[in-house]
Design a protein around this ligand. Structure first.
Ligand SMILES: Nc1nc2c(ncn2[C@@H]2O[C@H](COP(=O)(O)OP(=O)(O)OP(=O)(O)O)[C@@H](O)[C@H]2O)c(=O)[nH]1
Ligand SMILES: [Mg+2]
Length: 373
């Protein structure tokens, strides 16, 4: 899809900044920074440095003290970085202040994730949803991209005056494009609704596989149904939902849907845009939460999944927790202790799948009468 606005030149060499404050402890800040590194690498960015800044008072200009901000600015210049990436969401004005200070492009985690989605969207629906999120994210930042950056980057768009005139035109263009995408998505959504209604009429239990990105949702769908959904050791391999019908050994039928993965601090623009895909989750009769048992952050994964489910209005759904990748998990006993009603499986080695299907059947029995909304 043709991009109306390129946010910034493709970053290649980045410095990453994590923030430790009253709301984010040391361990969490470190694991977020590790994750931010993985996100940056997914886009092919070379990470030159990563630093956690302890912030006691969020100064309004940079979100930290001016002295610390200047120190970071000197460091990125010395290292030759062409991009600074913050783990925390930056307001448009803070982003502008940082770009003025450093002279390089400044992104936040949100923009990084949106860029990954853009680079991975493989179907028309995923493309539409991603582009919508990108435009919504860029709308409040247009002034900054067109006035300040144009001057910084060699006056690509002329003087301040012409920048402002252009800004108005561009804002209208973006708004028009947003409306166009919304109505295109509406058509897609209606088609999806028709398909869903047909399934509901068939009275079959629909189960949605949800979980953190890379937890193994697609692998599990493939292992259970012999489907061939794309699986990759990368973040956000799946951006579309795929539904397969499954018949168990005892003849019980159910529908299993693979969905887009979640991540901590998932951009709200993306959650909004992906609402039609994610509706598969809010309309499912049973939500199967897939956790990566080999990841030291299993608990964060679980919390994030619950948060996103909450924002989708699906927090009260019947749920089943599946601990996947048990073939390479090191602390299974402790995990089983923390998730006592979970089931342990390995999608890769096809272990624990029969027990999983039996549990689903049991739950379906308990739910019968109100299996699908
Ligand atoms: N060792 C091991 N690896 C697994 C298992 N299940 C999945 N994987 C691997 O984990 C990686 C991610 O698997 P996917 O199935 O793509 O994960 P996903 O949850 O669909 O990820 P997204 O689509 O990015 O949200 C792949 O490299 C899989 O081969 C498992 O049981 N054991
Ligand atoms: Mg997947």
């Amino acid at each position: 899809m043709k991009k109306l606005f390129e946010t910034a030149p493709e970053p290649r060499k980045a410095c990453l900044i994590g923030i430790r404050d009253a709301a984010t402890g040391r361990e969490e800040a470190e694991s977020l920074l590790t994750e931010l590194t993985a996100l940056a690498r997914t886009l092919g960015v070379t990470v030159l440095c990563g630093e956690i800044v302890v912030v006691r008072e969020h100064g309004s200009r940079y979100g930290m003290g001016t002295g610390k901000a200047e120190e970071i600015s000197a460091k990125v210049r010395e290292l030759g970085a062409d991009c600074l990436i913050f783990d925390q969401e930056l307001s448009p004005s803070r982003q502008r202040n940082w770009e003025k200070l450093t002279g390089i492009s400044v992104l936040d985690r949100q923009e990084l994730i949106i860029q990954i989605f853009s680079s991975r969207a493989g179907t028309r629906e995923a493309e539409l949803q991603t582009e919508l999120a990108r435009l919504r994210y860029s709308l409040p930042r247009l002034s900054h991209k067109y006035i300040d950056l144009s001057r910084q980057r060699g006056g690509r768009y002329g003087t301040r005056g012409s920048g402002e005139t252009r800004l108005e035109t561009d804002r209208r263009l973006v708004e028009r494009q947003i409306h166009k995408l919304e109505s295109e998505l509406d058509v897609v959504r209606r088609r999806r609704d028709t398909r869903r209604k047909k399934r509901q009429q068939a009275g079959i239990l629909s189960c949605a596989l949800v979980g953190y990105t890379n937890a193994g949702k697609s692998s599990l769908l493939n292992a259970l149904t012999n489907a061939s959904v794309f699986v990759e050791d990368a973040l956000f391999a799946t951006l579309d939902s795929t539904t397969r019908r499954l018949v168990t050994a005892s003849g019980f039928s159910l529908l299993l849907t693979d969905t887009v993965g979640f991540i901590r601090r998932l951009p709200h623009d993306l959650v909004d845009s992906f609402r039609s895909t994610l509706e598969e989750v809010s309309l499912a009769g049973l939500v199967i939460i897939v956790l990566d048992a080999s990841d030291p952050n299993t608990d964060y994964q679980y919390r994030t999944v619950l948060e996103v489910l909450g924002s989708l209005g699906a927090a009260e759904k019947p749920m089943l927790i599946v601990l996947n990748k048990t073939d390479r998990a090191v602390a299974m006993e402790a995990l089983k202790g923390r998730y006592p009603s979970s089931l342990a499986v390995s999608a890769l080695k096809k272990q624990g799948l029969d027990a999983l299907l039996r549990r689903i059947e049991e739950m379906a029995g308990e739910l019968s009468g109100h299996t699908t909304p």
